[in-house]
Write a protein that binds this ligand. Structure first.
Ligand code: GDP
Length: 297
């Protein structure tokens, strides 16, 4: 699966219009920059990304005396790629590394846990997943099915148990049994998000109490097909949670991929992986350079 397939619409809006603009105007004068600003704003990449990108691009065009389309597009790609925040380098924690997975129902959280667990398992790690979405019995079952497929350990309690107690006991078991990584699933019911945030904070508290530094990574899962909703979900979760990384799912099934840029830039949160399908192998590390390439070529 090609990354560019998930960017068709954005690509049309952006790449085609930039090409058209370059055909009409290679002066790189004020009119050129105004037109480019309009194109960017219209293409889902967001206001902040547009402003920053234009500033940097203008500087480079001036400094390097760029006067042709090809050079311009190369500079454009480089500066677009450079906009993406990089994940922080971290020291490997005392195992198990605890990864808290958050996000709204339906975005692909369970599938993403399976994909990440599969990846870690393939790297030789002993992996456990904990069914922290006790609100939905189906979510517990689904995670169990995935854990078997992936070859990961599984920890769950009865539906409607306290999610924090599931997280605590899973961590206790993972510590006792020498697991390397523990993924903790959480609920994502949006309509009662006040309770949800309290629930997530409580999970964090008990994890930290049991294992200082835990959760070591908090990953927000976003669905690329929801376009601008992905931005409002980030805002909602970022208010109460320190989000370390974003995984953007369903880039295979959307034309709204430009929102990738907006989400990372608005909130300064690195995208570490993208989902490109429903199978456990359909996960790719995210690269800003590949993204810029796919968008503008
Ligand atoms: P959750 O409610 O957030 O746990 O969502 P699920 O993991 O159950 O996923 C919801 C639906 O999205 C399922 O049908 C998944 O197969 C599908 N899905 C998840 N990730 C991807 C992806 O990257 N691409 C596609 N096409 N579908 C996905």
């Amino acid at each position: 699966i090609k990354l560019s397939s998930g960017l068709t619409k954005t690509k049309e809006q952006l790449s085609k219009q930039v090409d058209q603009l370059l055909q009409l105007n290679k002066q790189f004068d004020d009119a050129f920059w105004e037109d480019l600003e309009e194109i960017l704003i219209m293409s889902d990449v967001g206001f902040k990304a547009t402003t920053t990108l234009l500033e940097r691009l203008r500087d480079r065009v001036r400094q390097e005396g760029c006067n042709d389309s090809e050079t311009f597009k190369t500079l454009f790609k480089e500066e677009l790629a450079a906009l993406f925040p990089q994940p922080a380098k971290r020291i490997k924690p005392q195992p198990p590394e605890v990864v808290l997975m958050i996000g709204v129902n339906g975005v692909g959280k369970t599938t993403t846990i399976a994909k990440l667990a599969h990846r870690a398992h393939m790297q030789g790690q002993k992996v456990m997943v904990a069914a922290g979405d006790t609100f939905r019995a189906a979510a517990i079952e689904q995670l169990e099915i995935w854990s078997k497929r992936v070859g990961a350990g599984f920890y769950a309690k009865a539906p409607f148990s306290d999610p924090a107690s599931v997280a605590y006991e899973a961590l206790d078991t993972a510590q006792a049994e020498g697991y390397d990584t523990l993924f903790v699933d959480t609920a994502g019911r949006l309509h009662t998000n006040v309770d949800l945030m309290e629930e997530l904070r409580k999970i964090k508290r008990v994890l930290a109490k049991k294992h200082p530094g835990a959760p070591h990574r908090t990953i927000l899962v976003l669905d690329a097909t929801t376009g601008q909703n992905a931005l409002s979900q980030t805002k909602l979760f970022a208010k109460d949670m320190d989000i370390d990384e974003i995984v953007l799912t369903k880039l295979d099934g959307t034309a709204k991929g430009g929102v990738v840029v907006a989400v990372s830039l608005e909130y300064g949160i690195p995208i570490t992986f993208i989902g490109l399908g429903e199978k456990m192998e359909d996960l790719r590390p995210f690269s800003g350079t590949d993204f810029a390439q796919a968008l503008l070529d």
